[in-house]
Ligand binder design. Structure first.
Ligand code: SAM
Length: 346
């Protein structure tokens, strides 16, 4: 059997990005995140990997190599939170807010993987009129990597969600990485195709599916699995149910009588999924987005489907925490396409 490529996932969360790499045949040697709940889910689902709870501001790669006995790693992946980037002129300032990004750079410098994949919010490309993006490229070029970058739309790659994310891929062998060509631009997976086999009401963990799958995406997510997990509905107040019942499939607060427009002070309020389109970007559980048909927010399982997590990926800890873990993740199906493409260069 050929040796699997090894990966370290930094800021791994519950492991959406890792899941895609596992599905593409990689071995995740190590996942690191400071959030205990996310690591609990990571370890529950990635039995062949090791997730550790640690603050990456305080952990250096030398200690990781020694403690975890990792000398070699083929790929380093991860999404360091970079919202607080600050720059002076064209340089990223070495202040605390940028240290998490610097940690990612330090890991690449220490382990010298054949490739790295860094994920981030799309506006990282335009921050400081592109200065941040250019500095990121330069930092990795200084370590000997050829860097490509692109913003990808998840729904172009078989994910039922219009989620955009920025990706940087670096290759040590000097090849230029070409991002995967979109596969589903003209036949996007819709919200209905994603979740229509899941019931209106709560299903206890471990209950067999009530319906047969109704789309090829549902079949793909079930992946031979027989039981439902994380499908406990949110019980809304009577008033909330009354209001959302007035919003049609794909509608929002504009479909409500004028006097109700201001009931929630955000412009994304009272939005229903559109059954015939991919979902908008799901959040971390703010409860503003509702099911296209049922008068409730999507369950954790429905959100996980929209993120393309397979049904046998089971989220741990409280429901609030589960929504956050799901909403934070890179969609595994998109991650898998990237992982497969990277493999061609290793
Ligand atoms: C966007 S989420 C990562 C999602 C993950 N890539 C996935 O696909 O599931 C960012 C993660 O960074 C973690 N994080 C933030 N600051 C950190 C730190 N100082 N040390 C370790 N992890 C940190 C958060 O707990 C969060 O889980």
């Amino acid at each position: 059997m050929s040796k699997r490529n090894t990966v370290i996932d930094l800021f791994c969360g519950c492991g959406g990005l890792s899941q895609g790499f596992i599905d593409a045949g990689y071995k995740i040697s190590l996942g690191i995140d400071k959030w205990k709940d996310a690591i609990e889910t990571f370890n529950f689902n990635h039995k062949d990997s090791k997730g550790i709870v640690a603050d990456l501001l305080e952990l250096n790669p030398v200690t990781v190599s020694e403690n975890e006995k990792i000398d070699e790693v083929d790929v380093i992946i991860g999404g360091p939170p970079c919202q607080g980037f600050s720059i002076a002129g064209k340089r990223i300032i070495e202040d605390e807010r940028n240290q998490l990004y610097k940690t990612f750079v330090n890991f690449v410098e220490h382990f010298k993987p054949k490739a790295f994949l860094m994920e981030n919010v799309p506006n990282i490309m335009s921050m400081g009129k592109g200065a941040i993006r250019n500095q990121i490229i330069k930092d990795f070029e200084n370590l000997g990597y050829k860097v490509s970058h692109q913003i990808l739309l998840a729904s172009d790659y078989g994910v039922p969600q219009n989620r955009k994310r920025a990706f940087f891929v670096g290759l040590k062998n000097g090849s230029e990485f070409k991002f995967p060509i979109p596969t589903t631009t003209n036949n996007k997976v819709t919200s209905e195709e994603a979740i229509s086999d899941l019931t209106e009401h709560t299903v206890n963990d471990g209950t067999p599916y009530m319906h047969k799958y109704k789309s090829s995406f549902q079949k793909q997510m079930r992946n031979g699995n027989k039981f439902i997990f994380n499908h406990q509905i949110t019980e809304h107040k009577e008033k909330t149910i009354e209001i959302i019942a007035m919003v049609p499939d794909g509608g929002n607060y504009k479909n409500l009588p004028k006097e109700l427009h201001e009931t929630r002070k955000v412009n994304i309020a009272w939005t229903r999924l559109n059954s015939q389109k991919p979902s908008f970007t799901i959040d971390t559980g703010h409860r503003h987005h509702f099911h296209y048909e049922f008068n409730r927010v999507p369950t954790v399982r429905e959100s996980a489907r929209i993120q393309s997590f397979p049904d046998d990926f089971i989220f741990q800890c409280s429901k609030t925490s589960q929504y956050k873990q799901v909403g934070n993740a890179v969609p595994p199906v998109l991650a898998k396409v990237l992982a497969e493409t990277i493999k061609n260069y290793l």
